[in-house]
Design a protein around this ligand. Structure first.
Ligand code: P6P
Length: 278
């Protein structure tokens, strides 16, 4: 697994250069979930593919930006599902974006996740590795990532990150979000899943939600590349992650690009989500 982490660190440094220098224009391509791809999406995906291809323990990879899986080494142990540049549509307004990697063994169900890495391209280049615990690293001198601290969520936080278009929410979801704000929570939502979830983790707690909506009944965020990895991180950090009723890591996609409604947070906030969705 360590060699996969090192490959991701090398990718992150190369992608940071792309984020800072590449054209933020759109390509002529559309990905598997219908998003028009930015040129930087495609280039970031190629950077990661090139690095992971060198790793003997990787059996196959699957990217949010590609329809199909890419076989790597038939004797490999791990499957890597990744989103090469999540939130890339925010690049043209200079907001933080990220890369997300789920390291699976035996399949792409939530229960098959063995480790997660995510990268935040912000004022600093930061990287989080979740295995048995959740460790934060930042890029130091001579292009080495240095350990900063372990990340733990409190039982309850005060940040609320409500995703999607409010006019598409159910009455019950809108009531829950309104009640959370009335109780004193503060709005923290950039539209970038990685920095939005990273902020709640580093500030100690809160709730990130992307529910079923009238325009996206199965939610927007992808199980394999986005939802399962962050569900894994939040649980290892002492929080929880549900689809409104069920634990997200108990789910299994019928199709690798499947989406699901998702709620990530500290324990008290997830208790609230379950109560409003009884
Ligand atoms: P909305 C970015 O496009 C993304 O996939 C995630 O990074 C983010 O959490 C979500 O979409 C934002 O979606 O509908 O709230 O703008």
């Amino acid at each position: 697994m360590e060699e996969i982490f090192e490959a991701i660190k090398k990718s992150a440094i190369k992608i940071r250069w792309l984020v800072e220098n590449e054209d933020t224009g759109y390509s002529a391509n559309v990905n598997s979930t219908g998003d028009t791809q930015l040129k930087v999406d495609i280039k970031s995906d190629l950077v990661i593919e090139e690095e992971l291809k060198k790793i003997d323990s990787v059996k196959e990879i699957i990217s949010e930006e590609k329809e199909d899986k890419t076989p790597i080494n038939k004797n490999g142990k791990y499957l890597v599902g990744y989103d090469p540049l999540d939130g890339s549509s925010l690049l043209d307004v200079n907001l933080s974006v990220g890369s997300i990697f789920g390291i699976y063994q035996g399949g792409y169900a939530g229960e098959n996740l063995k480790a997660v890495v995510y990268v935040v391209y912000g004022p600093r280049l930061e990287l989080v590795i979740a295995c048995e615990d959740v460790k934060l690293y930042k890029l130091g001198e001579d292009s080495e990532f240095v350990f900063v601290k372990n990340i733990k969520l409190k039982e309850k936080g005060n940040l609320n990150a409500p995703g999607s278009t409010q006019s598409c929410w159910s009455k019950r979801h809108k009531q829950m979000i309104d009640d959370i704000f009335v109780s004193g929570y503060r709005l923290r939502y950039s539209g970038g899943m990685v920095p939005d979830l990273h902020q709640i983790l580093l500030k100690g707690g809160g709730l990130f939600s992307y529910p079923s909506t009238t325009d996206r009944p199965k939610g927007k965020l992808r199980m394999v590349f986005e939802v399962f990895p962050f569900a894994f991180v939040y649980e290892k950090a002492g929080g929880r992650a549900v689809d409104g009723q069920k634990r997200l890591l108990d789910l299994s996609p019928a199709y690798p690009h499947d989406t699901t409604p998702c709620f990530f947070g500290s324990n008290k906030e997830i208790d609230l989500v379950l109560k409003y969705n009884e």
